[in-house]
Write a new protein. Structure first.
Length: 230
């Protein structure tokens, strides 16, 4: 049974239309679990009302003076998190907070990192064909270099033990943070699990993950950490 604080870290950039709903649903889920928890929203230099919307709730809101990237925002959230368990969820509303308990249960069964895979779930129409193909190539590269199968290296819905984060040194600034977490989990002997999640297409705003722009950075991250540990 979980008795420790669960820290939920939500990185956000220009998500004024969805961040409030994500916070509300996360609060409802955590309250229903009866666990001590905290929610940390990291506003990554938004120029809309993301910070103001997040500040309407009893959560910790951290702000970057300018847009630094998802990796920077997550690392900042991790630094401020007090929980022994840390959950990450995106602010765009594509993930479902109601699936957080499944992540936590799998973590308590002995995993160090639990990733919610969009490609193990029933809904396969949650992203563009280009993103699906890009993710497939990334996953294939990871499998070739680590010998371990992975279906969704870029998922933003995860649960991690603090011990895991303390034993690795994250350095990514952008979207490649997801790949760095995956690679360091697989390469350093940690127990890495994937579970199926459902995922909705973004209804508001625009996705800032461009496989053509970010793909090379992600592949570089894979190669770098395939040759090193920690």
């Amino acid at each position: 049974m979980l008795n420790n604080i669960v820290s939920v870290v939500i990185p956000a950039f220009n998500e004024e239309k969805t961040v409030g709903r994500v916070i509300e649903e996360t609060i409802q889920v955590m309250e229903s679990l009866g666990l001590p928890y905290e929610i940390i929203v990291v506003d990554d230099g938004s120029w809309d009302r993301t910070r103001e919307e997040a500040s309407k709730y009893k959560v910790t809101v951290l702000s970057n003076g300018r847009n630094r990237g998802k990796g920077y925002a997550l690392r900042k959230g991790f630094q401020h998190a007090s929980g022994d368990i840390i959950v990450t969820i995106d602010a765009d509303g594509s993930h479902k907070p109601k699936e957080i308990p499944d992540l936590l249960n799998t973590l308590m069964e002995g995993a160090d990192v639990v990733a919610g895979s969009r490609f193990l779930g029933k809904n396969k129409n949650h992203t563009s064909k280009l993103h699906v193909f890009g993710n497939y190539l990334i996953n294939l590269t990871i499998m070739a270099l680590t010998g371990k199968a992975i279906t969704d290296s870029q998922t933003g819905l995860r649960a991690l033990k603090r011990d895991f984060l303390q034993k690795i040194s994250l350095e990514s600034e952008g979207y490649e943070i997801e790949t760095e977490i995956t690679m360091k989990g697989l390469k350093n002997g940690f127990v890495f699990k994937e579970i199926p999640i459902s995922c909705d297409r973004r209804k508001n705003g625009i996705s800032r993950l461009c496989i053509l722009h970010h793909g090379p950075k992600i592949l570089k991250t894979i190669l770098k950490h395939a040759l090193t540990t920690k």
